[in-house]
Design a protein around this ligand. Structure first.
Ligand code: COI
Length: 354
């Protein structure tokens, strides 16, 4: 049982709810009516507020802007057929936020600040949780330096916030990805395992170059030799080779995805052989050429499962078999959708009712 905290709530007088078309929602375009904020001052969290969603004021000297001392999480809330609001694995996001905080020299957010802020915000904006198939409320908790100081040092003051937005599908069709062999997303000893804003900013340029060449996203390889497969775009990446589910081990350079863990857990539960191991690009390409690569897919909160249709490597595009109704990635997506909307038994304790 966590302690409860005091949250001052100021409700909006201008709800945007009626102007939103919930059948046509572009990811990240429309934000719900309210936001949560907590301040870390003199070594403790306080000043908890829920306010109408809107611009915030920050010092132009904050290290969040200059040095990227800023981390975030991505999570989702779903509506059950009975109308309940269900959060998917929120404590895993909470724990990962604090792992990222350690790496970026930031204080841990208190569990009651995270969980109470989240629960009260979602309760207040509960009408924003959509119910149609493939929709959910995307939740973005984030923590950033609030110091006014451009010298280099770990900051002293921080703000933690949560904003939310109703979302539909992230990708409308299977994606075409290119194996990146020049740029790197992460290196050993770096910040790849943290959800640090700079990891995503640094990935934009290589992704843009790939998009100019007709790809939707990249498959990242290791930063040292570009020999091993790591992630895909902003997601973990998994492959079915023969009948084995293979993915890179979540070490220093790879984000320990909560969707990744959910996929591996379900596959193991279904009796499938799962290997978390280094996968060489050459092994993957050989598997595509010989027809042993049955499926490839990204796994992340925003997309859940992103089926991969084509993999490009050294100027050659390899098409993968089309996804069938009995494909693993398809069955996993259906199972995850059923569990997180409360339509199927939650035997792993993933669902948190608000
Ligand atoms: C997520 O899946 O939550 C992500 O981190 C993707 C996001 C950067 C849009």
């Amino acid at each position: 049982m966590i302690d409860t905290i005091n949250i001052d709530i100021k409700q909006t007088q201008n709800s945007k709810l009626n102007s939103v078309d919930f059948n046509d929602i572009e990811f990240g375009k429309v934000y719900s009516d309210h936001m949560f904020i907590s301040n870390y001052r003199e070594g403790k969290w306080g000043g908890n507020k829920i306010l109408p969603y809107g611009d915030i004021s920050v010092s132009p000297a904050t290290p969040a802007i200059h040095y990227g001392q800023s981390i975030f999480e991505g999570m989702k809330a779903y509506r059950s057929p009975e109308g309940e609001i269900l959060l998917f694995r929120p404590l895993d996001n909470f724990n990962r936020l604090n792992i990222s905080a350690d790496r970026m020299c930031m204080p841990h957010v208190d569990e009651e600040v995270f969980m109470e802020g989240l629960s009260q915000l979602i309760k207040l904006d509960e009408s924003w949780v959509p119910s149609a198939e493939s929709t959910s409320l995307y939740i973005r908790p984030f923590l950033f330096s609030a110091d006014e100081y451009i010298g280099i040092r770990p900051s002293v003051d921080f703000d933690f916030m949560i904003i939310t937005c109703p979302v539909g599908k992230y990708y409308s069709k299977p994606v075409k990805v290119k194996i990146e062999t020049k740029f790197a997303r992460a290196v050993e000893g770096g910040t790849g395992y943290a959800k640090a804003g700079g990891n995503y900013g640094g990935a934009l340029h290589p992704a843009k170059l790939a998009q100019e060449n007709g790809y939707d996203q990249l498959i990242w390889t290791d930063g040292k030799e570009h020999k091993y497969i790591e992630e895909a775009g902003t997601m973990n990446v998994l492959f079915v080779i023969d009948d084995v589910l293979v993915t890179a081990p979540a070490g220093d350079t790879i984000l320990k995805g909560i969707t990744r863990d959910s996929v591996l857990t379900l596959a193991r539960d279904w009796g499938m052989k799962v290997e978390e191991r280094k996968l060489e690009v050459t092994e993957l390409i050989d598997a595509v050429k010989s027809g042993r690569l049955k499926e490839a897919f990204g796994a992340g909160t925003a997309a859940t499962i992103a089926h991969i249709a084509t993999i490009g490597h050294e100027g050659v595009d390899y098409d993968l078999p089309e996804i069938q109704s009995d494909s693993l990635s398809h069955r996993i997506l259906n199972e995850l959708n059923a569990i997180r909307t409360g339509r199927k038994e939650d035997k792993f304790g993933w669902v948190h009712r608000i």
